[in-house]
Write a new protein. Structure first.
Lengths: 200, 200, 200, 200
DNA sequence: CATGAATGAGCTTTCATTCAT
DNA sequence: AATGAATGAAAGCTCATTCAT
């Protein structure tokens, strides 16, 4: 069935795209990796570009769902933010392959990248909504909500990215290391770096 | 004189590389932009790869110097961190073209990207040294210094990047907007997002 | 029933082939146009090549019949030639789509084109037989019969073709224009261009 | 020098294009035939299409010059027409390879073919101007000048084409055969086919 | 030092054809 | 008989790099 091949191709595509980036990835290799003929990819996707975009949308949808779901436990924005951070780090580590794409392919002036940034914006929006609620309920300090959200997103993704690249075998990032990263991020986001009283 | 042509080429290269990314940038276009013949580039640089690396080192040296310099005013890590954040935002906004490269070309398994990440690591080290001193002097909360530094670097660069891309005419990011971004970042880094007393 | 599908496919094929020429025509498009699946075409015809040849034979047979029929009124070669010219012009105009193929796909060294030229030769033979009879009966000037026939065929088909292409809406070539073209051709064929007495 | 390679490529291109038609001609083969690298063709021409168009313009210019030149001997339209016919037949036979293209690639709806037909129209215009003068001077019968010119063009080109394809070794069309064809055409054009008195 | 014409490996995409259903 | 997903050979085009001038 069609759905089957499509997922096969997606699976191969994330890996190859993440490994080499969009430009250096060859359709030949993706096809080989997916165990289908090159023509098959083109039967399902009009072009390399379209495959990439479809892939991104597909994966992005998944992460959005997860992020939304992980906040449904509670109405407390503080807890929600904690869940969010935890989930983001965990997801990005586990899908390190996708994380690479997320960050590395988002910046550029090609049209594909526009669309991609729009998708990232949707992710950031999820963060922003929590921030907004937190501020409304006077649980969070008032701030430029959009800036704060982007900063958090940047902090999480670059931190994870750098970890993923430090040790290319994604698998080998231990549970422990993950929770350590979550802690680091949480600490910064929750109380900042500077000891309060000292703020000169 | 050689130095002259080299700078001409560098100038053209940042722009073209930033506009299209490494892979999509064509030596032809860089040459045309620089007003030299394609052969001339190859006279000065062994390859596209080498041109890119040389360019990165050149630009990276500049930003490192600036960051180091901006901390020499004072010994107070709190102030130093503030200066650092301000300088990074300002520099990245003003060299938006270079900022794009910084984030977008760093992640990948090609050797050039390894080297590039090593350079980024040097930048982060500057942050880390301040963090370290801050913690030693009990001005900053104890934390995983490396993680914190990467988080800060990620927050700053993604925030700026997203701004640069929102409005491609770098020029039009006002002084005001810059200091607003600095504020947003500082607020997060200095006091975090969550109002302290509430931390359940 | 098979006959039905076959005609459906033929109908679609003439149009597509005429519109784009043999090489640029895609089996996909023919199938879509015919309202059948691509596999169905291959069920009825071994290959694109074979479909084309079968189509040509089918259509060529029709025009040959018409030309032969239109000469059966009379034994007078002069009248027969007139009928022939009239019929050819009319047929080609009305089947402009087929006329394009007739001229444009005939010249080349591919085997299909050999066979196609053989079919054209059969058309020209019909003209040639009239010419031959006309000369035998001393109604026509003696001449190289084959050359004369090809010249007439060339004159008619290129004249019509150029008209068909001038205005792609075949429909819009008026009855009047048709008879004007017939006149032009007849005039040249019957009396030539140069005023007789002057022939130096 | 550039001019040199360009002509080399042109030379190879006419042959290959004429042999297989535009679509079946491969850039690889043209390059091999011209003794240059494929890239070299693309250095001089943006695409296969552009190579073809440039080639056509180049060759068409030559034939136009020849036709115009061959009429400059005399002011007598009767003689001019004779010269024209002779020259056209001779040129097309000698450049049979180009003649194939002239006729076979002119009919189609691709844009390239539009432009091509415009060029053919220019050729026909040369004939038409002679016809026009002949009629003005009452040496030729009045007629639809455009139709007559196209008919003559069609007669000549199809006659030659059919000869060229009968015997693919262009060389082997003898001087004698050429003048025989000229005679056949002239006879038809000058006095028509039907013996005058008989015209019922 | 500088040039730019020439190169060719490499990549994306197309499309006739096949075959399991 | 009919279908359409899958195939893969083949072709057009790109572009980093070289080198004779």
């Amino acid at each position: 069935m069609s759905q089957e091949k499509t997922e096969q191709i997606f699976q191969a595509a994330v890996e190859i795209f993440a490994q080499h980036g969009f430009e250096r990835s060859k359709m030949d290799e993706i096809a080989r990796h997916a165990g289908v003929a090159k023509g098959t990819i083109y039967y399902h996707f009009k072009s390399k570009e379209e495959l990439f975009v479809a892939l991104m949308n597909n994966r992005m949808e998944k992460i959005k769902e997860m992020l939304n779901r992980c906040m449904s436990d509670t109405d407390d924005p503080v807890k929600q933010l904690r869940n969010l951070l935890e989930m983001m780090v965990t997801y990005l580590v586990q899908n390190g392959t996708f994380a690479k794409l997320l960050i590395s392919e988002a910046w550029g002036s090609v049209e594909r990248q526009w669309e991609f940034r729009a998708r990232i914006r949707e992710l950031v929006d999820i963060i922003e909504r929590v921030i907004h609620r937190g501020i409304s309920q006077e649980r969070f300090y008032p701030s430029n909500e959009s800036d704060t959200s982007f900063s958090i997103f940047g902090a999480v993704s670059v931190l994870v990215l750098q970890e993923v690249f430090r040790d290319p075998q994604t698998q080998s990032i231990s549970e422990e290391r993950i929770s350590q990263m979550v802690d680091s991020i949480e600490q910064m986001v929750y109380q900042g770096v500077v000891i309060s009283g000292y703020q000169e």
